[in-house]
Ligand binder design. Sequence first.
Ligand code: SAH
Length: 237
Amino acid sequence: MNTQQKLAALGLILVCITVNCLNGQDFKKDKYFLQRKTMVEQQIKERGIHNPRVLGALMDVQRHKFVPDEYKSFSYDDRPLPIGHNQTISQPYIVAYMTEILNPEPTKKVLEIGTGSGYQAAILSLLYKEVYTIEIIGALGEQSKKVFAEEGYSNIKVKIGDGYQGWKEYAPFDAIIVTCAPTNIPQSLVQQLSEGGKMIIPVGKPFNQVLYLLEKRGGKIRKTATLSVQFVPMVRE
Ligand code: SAH
């Protein structure tokens, strides 16, 4: 190689390094990184979710890991997706909305009813100290456990069973999030909410419900209607 060729080679190396540095941030993680970034910007931030920890969690959790193979390429679309057994993974915006309204803190613990794909629980696991989640369909609970182990979400405990009873052993909870819809608010869940705690729960007929925020103050419950939503029904064992 003559000097000119050496300089040209060096130049090429420098260009490659620069391009890599500029794009490295965006491309290093996984092939859906840019789609996820767009999801957070356009579906979540633009609709008014501002909590930086919540936005960070939506950026960090790889939603496609919780979506069945045949729907993976739609993982960052603005909609729920089928996860088998007639159930769905919720729309990303609804996950973000329900999470933000609970005002998650890293010292607190949360109970989720309706593990489903495990996506919501994974988001919560980055925002709370401990996550407890209950799923009534055994196969979904087991599949979620597997993804949590593979992806290193180690502060989530999964129980297969009926969420109507809550999880007495670990109660009270600072927050409760219900991702399937009962026709009435289960009193056992209200009882398992800490003083000062918040619960977000869809209530109503199948696929036509109101999402309520419940806050426990001085032993009393304040109930506020928020969005109208469409969740799968909460079934009984
Ligand atoms: N949070 C989930 C969304 C799940 S859809 C996610 O991020 O993917 C609602 C889930 O609630 C379904 O998996 C359904 O099986 C479950 N479910 C319905 N009734 C239940 C009950 N009584 N106890 C626990 N889970 C229930």
